[in-house]
Design a protein around this ligand. Structure first.
Ligand code: N01
Length: 503
């Protein structure tokens, strides 16, 4: 049963979906609905509540330019504060009234006859549909937890927790805990667990590069200044942004220029670990920047604790009471924490969205790789705009900057749709192909391509389909205006839209 028809549906109420809703309202596009399966705003910042969860981009840059926050309590924000910030912004702009929480999108189909999307949802356990002229996919790449393919998970008799689905009620204090993974999530969880675990084994498959984290609380006088000194927050944002962009240059065009970063990481190891053998085991063997560069002052000292062991012999299987490593050793454990990341290039939502020829994004991308145009549109999926789509991820600065660039593109797209009376907009195959060829060309000399690592930046074919290579201001310029020449557009509809029953 159709319960609602709107002009625009936004799926997801995280940074990008919330930002989209605000920008639509500000630009006179009021007929929209936000759908989110969670209970409030925040997306990944609502869901990742593991101990120590925090952002590794400084607070002043990791926030909307149009909703700056003089009240940040620290130079790097922790999850509860970012979550509160996003819900505060949503309140300020009145987005809750147009948001359906507890609503899971199970499928979306493009209907050529009506030139609309039919979106199947489950809301409070009831199935229904919403139809919309425009579908905005703000589903976020870091939302579907990825469980590693390790034999025996189902046999484990203790507690298994994924970092992105933290079980706050489980008992961790004094327990024998295993953490699988040494990525951005693990390096934040492990120091907190190391403080309370009876024993902690950290399973490292690949050692990450880690720079020191320059986090500190802000003094009241600083918060006063952020609020009252005109332009100060913009100046801080600009300074952080500029410093980060210099790292982008190294990552994309001259990985050797990142040697000073490597030296900084090595000094961090030296300072944090006393044992030379352990130092050697935590020293990465790939080029710095190839995987995300992590930030922590606590990781190495935690590995150096007496109740913490770094296990590098590889996991053979999981048994009822522990983990067996490839060297044949058994490690008894009460709790396994899985910090193995997300389904980035194989999100289940890609199976749910079906385009003009009936195929899903997952089916199309299984053949072509995860390709799109300006991270926003995918040929064959008319009137669907993705936020944080293919080729928009970053290894060096704030995703919020990329999101805001896409929001400019979104608003200009909708403006042109309205002004020109467009009913169907599909990026042309040729424009998409040219665009991706250029991206791949830029990536050729990058550290991600040549740095000797594997990462979630690559898809199953080894292609880098998630990252924006180069300076983010180039992306900002490329998305300033909706370049309609790259699109096949139509102003007609084959069949009139059925009148839906409103509730
Ligand atoms: O996940 P990851 P994450 N056996 O994919 C290991 C963002 N984020 O959740 O390196 C053993 O980075 C895997 O090993 P390897 C940020 O963008 C941001 O930590 O593949 N180990 C790796 O060590 C980040 O990049 C913040 O060899 C296995 C780990 O699991 C993204 O989220 C904070 C394994 C996965 O690391 C994801 O981070 C947190 C196996 N079978 C996260 N399979 C901020 O501060 C995987 N691993 C903004």
């Amino acid at each position: 049963m159709t319960t609602r028809d709107v002009e625009i549906v936004i799926v997801g109420a995280g940074f990008s979906g919330l930002g989209a809703a605000i920008k639509l309202g500000q630009n006179g596009f009021d007929d929209y609905l936000v759908l989110d399966r969670g209970a409030d705003f925040g997306g990944t910042w609502r869901d990742n509540v593991y101990p120590g969860a925090a952002c590794d981009v400084p607070s002043h840059l990791y926030s909307y330019s149009f909703a700056q926050n003089p009240d940040w309590s620290r130079s790097y924000s922790h999850q509860p504060e970012i979550h509160r910030y996003l819900n505060g912004v949503a309140d300020r702009y009145g987005i809750s009234e147009r948001t359906w929480f507890g609503t899971e999108v199970t499928r979306a189909d493009w209907d050529e006859d009506t030139a609309r999307w039919t979106i199947a949802i489950e809301r409070d356990g009831e199935a229904s549909t919403v139809t919309a002229r425009q579908l905005i996919g703000a589903i976020g790449p870091l939302c579907e937890p990825n469980l590693p393919d390790i034999e025996g998970f189902d046999d484990f008799a203790g507690t298994i927790v994924h970092s992105a689905r933290w079980d706050a009620d489980a008992d961790y204090a004094g327990k024998r805990i295993a953490v699988i993974g040494t990525g951005a999530s693990a390096i934040q969880i492990v120091p907190r667990l190391g403080e309370i675990a009876g024993h902690l084994d950290v399973y490292q498959r690949t050692a990450p590069w880690i720079v020191p984290r320059t986090e500190r609380p802000y003094l009241p006088v600083e918060n006063w200044a952020f609020k009252h000194v005109p332009g100060l927050q913009n100046l801080i944002r600009g300074t952080i942004y500029t410093a980060n962009e210099s790292v982008a240059a190294g990552m994309t065009y001259a990985p050797k220029a990142l040697k000073p970063v490597e030296a900084l990481c090595k000094a961090n190891i030296f300072r944090g670990i006393r044992d030379p053998e352990l130092r050697a085991r935590v020293t990465p063997t790939f080029a710095v920047g190839c995987k995300r560069i992590l930030k922590s002052n606590e990781w190495y000292p935690t590995l150096d604790r007496d109740n913490v062991d770094l296990v590098t012999s590889g996991i053979e299987k999981i048994t009822a009471d522990g983990i067996v490593t490839r060297d044949g050793e058994s490690h008894p454990v009460d709790v396994i924490v899985v910090a193995t990341g997300f389904h980035v290039t194989d999100s289940p939502m890609f199976d749910a969205i079906h385009g003009a020829d009936g195929r899903s994004l997952a089916q199309v991308w299984a053949e072509s790789g995860m390709a799109g145009y300006k991270g926003s549109f995918v040929h064959g999926f008319p009137n669907l705009m993705l936020l944080v789509g293919p080729g928009t991820g970053l290894g060096h600065t704030s995703m919020v900057y990329m999101i805001e660039s896409q929001l400019n593109y979104l608003v200009d797209y909708l403006r042109q749709v309205r002004e020109r009376g467009l009913t169907r907009v599909d990026v042309s195959a040729a424009a998409q192909e040219r665009y991706n060829a250029r991206l791949q060309q830029t990536l050729r000399h990058s550290v991600w391509e040549n740095g000797g690592c594997s990462s979630w930046y690559k898809d199953e074919h080894g292609n880098i389909t998630t990252l924006w290579p180069g300076f983010t201001f180039v992306f900002r310029n490329a998305t300033r205006r909706f370049d309609i020449a790259a699109y096949d557009v139509s102003t007609t509809v084959s069949a009139p839209a059925a009148t839906p029953a409103h509730v």
